[in-house]
Design a protein around this ligand. Structure first.
Ligand SMILES: Nc1ncnc2c1ncn2[C@@H]1O[C@H](COP(=O)(O)OP(=O)(O)OP(=O)(O)O)[C@@H](O)[C@H]1O
Length: 310
């Protein structure tokens, strides 16, 4: 169950009117978003929508064309090392240090965070502990260049969190993960969020993953956030209809309805014992998302942004 959002003065990310152009192409046309302390927020959107661009701006790796951007109270483009030590980043790919071992890389990187340790937040994490929680103990002393794609990705995650970040950006963190690694990663996200109070903004193309992890989902399309709400609320709001399939003797029927209970009651009243099969399929987040994106891609530029629903 999604947790209730913390109060609004607890914001770790605040973005208003973010615009970003590459040459004459405007990718972000006015992004507004917030993330509160301890929230897990998932940024969805089709390929090329601008998710990575948005995250790179928030990380301070890219200068926006316009807009107000505050991350942990600072402008990321001008933030100092102390700010950077509070932020963890898992990018889409990390290809350095092929000859190092994961253990050595994590020990080296961890050392950079030690000066920024505080009483409430000792830094960095213990390397052995971290290797264990990302499922890397077995590969800890192998050369990074010999690891498989999924093993590298686990290392990417470890690199992103070694400094015990207060805020973590994850750009498609589970791309290339096998089902077990994916499940382990989901446990890790819950652990970071629930036990460490880490705020997390992640992108994914896996809707089931978004549904499982996110307190709140943001959909980026047409250069802006077109939906913002809990997975349940979005599903109810956009794809409110459920599909009812039934059979009477040999004939099969299908009907979309907002009120499944009333419809099914009507079916029983009308057909009684003649009903030989009945199936109800509720709309999923995937249905919702696809309906929403198709609407925007079909050019419904004037479609209103959905309400913030939590
Ligand atoms: N450095 C760049 N120079 C020019 N155009 C760029 C640059 N980086 C990204 N783009 C363009 O900006 C748009 C948004 O790219 P971005 O990588 O932010 O999208 P995304 O939503 O993360 O996509 P994906 O889901 O495929 O990872 C794309 O059309 C991309 O081609």
């Amino acid at each position: 169950m999604p947790r209730p959002a913390p109060p609004s003065d607890d914001r770790v990310i605040e973005v208003r009117g973010l615009r970003m152009s590459y040459g004459s192409t405007e990718v972000l046309t006015g992004v507004d978003l917030t993330v509160s302390a301890g929230e897990v927020v998932c940024l969805l959107g089709p390929n090329g929508a601008g998710k990575t661009t948005t995250i790179e701006v928030l990380e301070g790796f890219r200068l926006p064309s316009a807009g107000h951007v505050r991350v942990l109270g600072a402008d990321p483009a001008r933030a100092d090392d102390a700010w950077r030590a509070r932020v963890g980043v898992v990018l889409q790919s990390w290809r350095d240090h092929a000859r190092w071992t994961p253990r050595r890389l994590l020990e080296q990187l961890g050392g950079y965070y030690a000066p920024y340790a505080t009483a409430e937040r000792p830094r960095p994490y213990d390397v052995d502990w971290l290797l264990d929680v990302v499922g890397m103990t077995e590969f800890a002393d192998r050369r990074i260049g010999t690891l498989s794609g999924g093993q590298r990705r686990r290392l990417d995650v470890a690199v992103g969190i070694i400094g015990r970040p207060e805020l973590l950006f994850l750009d498609e963190p589970t791309a290339g993960f096998d089902p077990q690694a994916r499940r382990d990663f989901h446990d890790l996200v819950h652990r970071l969020s629930d036990l460490e109070g880490t705020s997390i903004l992640l992108t994914t193309h896996d809707l089931a993953e978004a549904e499982r992890l996110a307190d709140r989902i943001l959909v980026l399309a047409d250069g802006r956030i077109v939906a913002d709400g809990s997975p349940d609320a979005l599903t109810r709001q956009v794809a409110g209809t459920s599909e009812v399939r039934w059979a009477c003797g040999r004939e099969r029927f299908v009907h979309g309805t907002d009120d499944v209970v009333a419809f099914v009651r009507g079916l029983f009243e009308q057909h009684g014992d003649a009903l030989t099969d009945l199936e109800v399929r509720h709309a999923s987040l995937e249905d919702t998302y696809l309906a929403m994106v198709q609407r925007f891609e079909a050019g419904a530029r004037s479609a209103p942004a959905l309400e913030v629903t939590r």
